[in-house]
Write a protein that binds this ligand. Structure first.
Ligand code: GLN
Ligand code: ZN
Length: 724
């Protein structure tokens, strides 16, 4: 039994990737050195593969993102040097970022514009060849033409086919010199039309006629057109048997064609729980009934996992239950041995043991009734109460929560963690920051204030550290885009709140002002989305457990006189399944989780915030979330995102972001007024809040103060115009 792995993380055990590339951005590292170091890193990655598995791709490494690299290889952009390369990645003229399928990796969206003609496609850069030269054993890696085009922007369905066919020629040029190639086509798991499937057949008929030795990988879900896929003239088909449960069902129905190899993805690339070896071996025995040509691999690329558990100091029981990317490779090796009878499976190899059970939490979940997921009073009634209590002007101004996380703030936190300063010193420091911020917001004239989130590293990790049943790691970094990493917490047991999580900071902030301060929480869906979640109970139950902790926190807020609470759900849409037919079920529990978390007194005003989202497909769910105020990112789209709310007759209050916080540029009062006027054309004036697009954590102080000052003036002008 052969093993084949792909997608091993590029970050490096010591996050070398980040150091090298950011070093280049800062001028510490020269172009030549960057190239050398990156090649070294790629070599290390390949040696890791080689240690465990028989086959693997070469050239998966990228200086930023593989969709961008594909666009460059095909001649969509011109790029002479690294400066130009990174101009496409970051800064003023950068390409847009978008979620890669339903993962938390963001890719750069290649964008086709009117000037580019399909005749201009060409091999502008043979990246696989370049890397094949440094490492002979690897199989040259490519993102397939269909996935590339499907995930690009500016190719409408009218021209899709023509462009795809033109790409076929370029891909033929790319692959003709190799014995064998590795092609990723994750877009094959989307719900595709018959027409699209026929185009796939046409394009692969052409590729296969040049080089039949294609290992084609699909992942993240099952393929709906398996029979057609079987007909492609390629060598091997990779299917995901973990995230695409229907693949097995379909194989049972259609079998597997002779003369092709099945690459069965059987160890999870998206979650960290140890593989159940005996179940997996059983699955393989079943698959071998359909084909003798069986190779095993990971299901989904391994870069959704941190590199290794080696240096983690987790609870020992937990540590035994989890594996990261390198340990996944080891699992493949082990499974192959056990399958071929070279090794015996031991007792505990992969038994699912439930862990850290809390009967009280489980009882609470069991006792949940329909009314726990609903507000007691309808929106139009409760908003009247809230208005009376809050007494806010028209176009109330607020911010999304975080304020600049300066070097000083981060240093103090590091000092506290390393024991250099005491907890009380650290807390005093945070309180001073809060005190200053409250007085700044009062001076600026903002209406609803925030405490600034200075005590939080990360909006999910912070809560994970306060909750029981969730662990956080020391080095479990994964890349979310470019060189940006985060450490997903591990939800391993029943989740409970041993004590209030944010109450001290929020009520301290409120004690300093007569204006309302927003309690600030991360929502249950976002906490789940950005964590590794236990799989021994349904995910919605985990979400409800988290929701109940947040609900308890809000009750504590209410006791301390907090009148407004914001529950952030930036990941609400991203967790949605790839196939539309599975979305209903997801949104049902996602909405319920949010509503369970925000079940509070009707006079407590609930805000929620989302960013990077198109709301067209999900407006029903947004309305069902039943928050009183929703703030969203709208500045970059010039308020276009609001149309869907207008068409839906969305009646609740909305804070459409009036300026983009991703850039240090300070917008003018006129710009913001004009955006607000646009908003006022599609919404009622008494529905509109005034706020930036998102949190201000990545900004510096000078631009923050200046922009918010102007934002307040813009709101005042809107009020004046309304009175005239
Ligand atoms: N309250 C969070 C902040 O301001 C929201 C962040 C987000 O939407 N990603 O930082
Ligand atoms: Zn946001």
């Amino acid at each position: 039994m052969q093993t084949y792995a792909y997608g091993f993380p590029r970050l490096g055990k010591k996050r070398e990737y980040k150091r090298i590339i950011e070093g280049f951005w800062n001028g510490r590292i020269k172009a030549r050195e960057l190239q050398d170091e990156i090649r070294k890193l790629e070599k290390g990655r390949l040696l890791t593969y080689e240690k465990y598995v028989d086959k693997f791709p070469v050239g998966e490494i990228t200086l930023y993102d593989n969709m961008l690299d594909t666009a460059l290889m095909l001649g969509l952009y011109k790029c002479e040097d690294l400066e130009e390369y990174y101009n496409l990645c970051r800064g003023k003229n950068a390409l847009e970022l978008s979620k890669w399928f339903n993962t938390n990796y963001h890719y750069l969206i290649p964008e086709f514009h009117g000037l580019f003609k399909r005749s201009e496609f060409r091999v502008a850069w043979n990246k696989p060849k370049e890397f094949k030269e440094i490492y002979q054993k690897g199989i040259p890696y490519l993102i397939g033409p269909f996935t590339f085009l499907k995930l690009s922007k500016g190719i409408n369905s009218g021209i899709f086919k023509e462009y795809l066919m033109s790409l076929a020629d370029v891909y033929i040029d790319l692959i003709k010199d190799f014995n064998e190639v590795h092609i990723d086509e994750p877009a094959f798991v989307m719900e595709l039309s018959r027409e699209e499937v026929s185009w796939i057949k046409q394009v692969y008929d052409r590729l296969g006629s040049q080089n039949r030795d294609i290992n084609l990988f699909t992942y993240y879900d099952s393929v709906d057109f398996l029979k057609d896929l079987y007909e492609l003239p390629i060598k091997a088909i990779g299917l995901d048997f973990i995230n695409g449960k229907e693949n097995l069902v379909n194989i049972r129905e259609h079998g597997f064609p002779e003369g092709k190899i099945l690459i069965a993805g059987i160890v999870n690339g998206r979650n960290i729980w140890r593989t159940n070896i005996s179940e997996t071996v059983e699955l393989l025995r079943e698959l071998s009934g359909y084909t003798e040509d069986l190779i095993i691999s990971n299901a989904a690329p391994l870069y959704h996992l941190p590199i290794t558990t080696e240096n983690e100091q987790l609870n020992e029981g937990l540590l035994k239950k989890i594996v990261f990317a390198e340990e996944r490779l080891d699992e493949l090796k082990l499974i192959a041995k056990i399958y071929s009878g070279k090794k015996q499976a031991t007792e505990d190899e992969g038994k699912i043991v439930s862990f850290s059970i809390n009967p009280e939490v489980q009882q609470r979940i069991k006792n949940l009734k329909d009314e726990d997921f609903k507000k007691t009073i309808r929106y139009d009634e409760r908003i009247k109460e809230q208005k009376k209590i809050l007494n806010l002007p028209l176009f109330p101004t607020t911010t999304i929560g975080s304020f600049p996380q300066t070097k000083e703030v981060r240093k103090k936190r590091a000092d506290f963690k390393s024991g250099k300063i005491s907890e009380s010193e650290y807390k005093t420091f945070i309180k001073e920051e809060i005190r200053e911020l409250i007085s700044l917001q009062e001076d600026l004239g903002l209406d609803v204030l925030v405490h600034g989130e200075f005590e939080r590293t990360d909006m999910v990790e912070y809560f994970a550290q306060k909750l029981d049943g969730i662990a956080t790691t020391k080095k479990g970094w994964i890349i979310s885009y470019g060189t940006r990493g985060y450490r997903p917490p591990i939800i391993f047991g029943d989740v409970s709140r041993p004590k209030p999580m944010t109450l001290e900071e929020i009520s301290f902030a409120q004690s300093l002002t007569k204006k309302p301060v927003k309690g600030m929480l991360t929502g249950p869906v976002t906490i789940i989305s950005w964590s590794f979640v236990r799989d021994d109970i349904p995910v919605y139950e985990v979400a409800y457990q988290v929701a109940l902790c947040l609900q308890d926190e809000i009750k504590d807020y209410e006791r301390r006189g907090i009148k407004i609470v914001q529950i952030d759900e930036p990941a609400f849409k991203e967790k949605a399944p790839i196939k539309k037919r599975d979305c209903d079920e997801y949104f049902k529990w996602a909405v319920k989780s949010f509503n369970l978390s925000s079940k509070s007194k009707p006079e407590t005003q609930i805000h929620t915030h989302m960013c990077y989202s198109e709301f067209n497909d999900i407006i029903d769910s947004i309305a069902a979330m039943d928050a009183d105020v929703l703030s969203i990112e709208t500045a970059r789209s010039q308020m276009e995102l609001l149309d869907v709310f207008a068409n839906f007759n969305y009646s609740k209050e909305i804070g459409p972001g009036v300026y983009d916080i991703h850039s240090p540029r300070v917008p003018s009062v006129e710009e913001m007024v004009s955006l607000l006027q646009k908003a006022a054309k599609v919404l009622n004036t008494d529905q509109i809040w005034v706020n930036p697009d998102c949190g201000l954590k990545t900004r510096a102080w000078p631009e923050t103060k200046s922009a918010l000052g102007k934002m307040v003036i813009a709101a005042q002008e809107m009020r004046k115009a309304e009175q005239e």
